[in-house]
Design a protein around this ligand. Structure first.
Ligand code: FES
Length: 323
């Protein structure tokens, strides 16, 4: 084990649902792992040179192992496929120390809304809430029982009465009625959501419509590869033009617009840098943004007049930004 990274041995790979496997990781030298809090993730160096973030989904009280789960996305950028195809029991993976951008905060009750592989951070929260004896309920949205990871665990006596499954058969209109769920709220409730972009947008819009306090609604953003729903485009290079100076900067694959603006001395406020908070909203004067956030409502996205520069890219070859 070195100072800021971990070398972990894969001791178990478990099929959890169609296309989803969990990986149990333990320290090579034995002993205890650094503690983590519910909602944490690690960066994993995946064979083939990929670096991917995966949430830890086991009980945060466990110190002998981390468990991650990976959904194989054949249309993704290769990281999840490499995890499925190249990682075997006995292999050693290098990971970062756990980090938490999605902490579980005190509340009188908790509503958890998971979509697909977005169950992973919420599962560690469910473990923590169960131990605390807290009031909580998990709504878990998937296409079918076969696509539902950790089903056995979540239907076990330990979680009985705290979990509702919603299977939509591929049609979100037949799944969880997010508006109805969020239409009532008892004081002191917090809501946590992680899943595909469409689900997170629906939860955000319903929470605004039913005047949930913003600080009580928490989102964990997924990469495009993990959610499979943020963009249908691979990263390609495009240009950003700054209205005030006329300067033109290339945005290559692997860099965000925000990175490029900062490197060139432009100051754009940011917070989450994951497309969930809205802080980096920037007006677009010309060009076609490729929205990859989970913040902007559908009508704003369609209007193409602003974008979140921490994650969104371009469908056109050029974007003119009002900076
Ligand atoms: S910094 Fe939060 S959406 Fe961009």
């Amino acid at each position: 084990m070195v100072h800021d990274s971990l070398r972990l041995r894969v001791t178990r790979i478990t099929p959890e649902a169609e296309g989803i496997r969990s990986y149990e990781l333990v320290p090579m030298e034995g002993g205890a792992l650094p503690p983590f809090e519910a909602g944490s993730h690690v960066d994993v160096h995946v064979p083939g040179g990929f670096l991917r973030q995966y949430s830890l989904c086991n009980d945060p009280e466990e110190r002998h192992r981390y468990v991650i789960a990976v959904q194989c996305d054949p249309k993704g950028r290769g990281g999840s496929q490499a995890m499925h195809e190249r990682v075997r029991v006995g292999d050693v993976l290098t990971t970062s120390l756990p980090r938490c951008d999605f902490p579980l905060l005190y509340a009188r009750s908790h509503v958890l809304v998971a979509g697909g592989i977005g169950i992973t951070p919420l599962l560690s929260m469910a473990h923590a809430l169960r131990r605390q004896g807290a009031r909580w309920h998990l709504h878990y949205c998937t296409r079918s029982p076969e696509r539902t990871a950790f089903r056995e665990l979540l239907t076990s006596p330990a979680f009985a009465g705290h979990v509702t499954f919603h299977h939509d058969g591929g049609d979100p209109a037949r799944g969880l009625d997010v508006r109805a769920l969020l239409s009532t709220r008892s004081g002191g409730t917090r809501l946590y959501c992680c899943g595909p972009a469409g689900l997170m947008r629906a939860v955000r819009e319903a929470s605004l419509q039913h005047t949930w306090p913003r600080e009580k609604v928490h989102f964990e953003a997924f990469s495009a590869e993990a959610s499979g729903a943020i963009s249908d485009r691979a990263d390609t290079e495009f240009q950003v033009v700054i209205r005030s100076t006329g300067a033109c900067y290339p945005v290559p694959p692997g860099k965000t617009v925000l990175n490029v603006l900062r490197q060139n001395g432009l100051r754009v406020p940011s917070d989450c840098e994951a497309g969930t908070c809205g802080t980096c909203l920037t007006r677009v004067l010309d060009g076609d943004p490729d929205h990859r956030d989970t913040f902007l409502p559908e009508a704003r996205r369609a209007a193409r007049c602003d974008m979140l520069v921490c994650v969104s890219r371009a469908r056109s070859r050029k974007l003119v930004l009002d900076l």
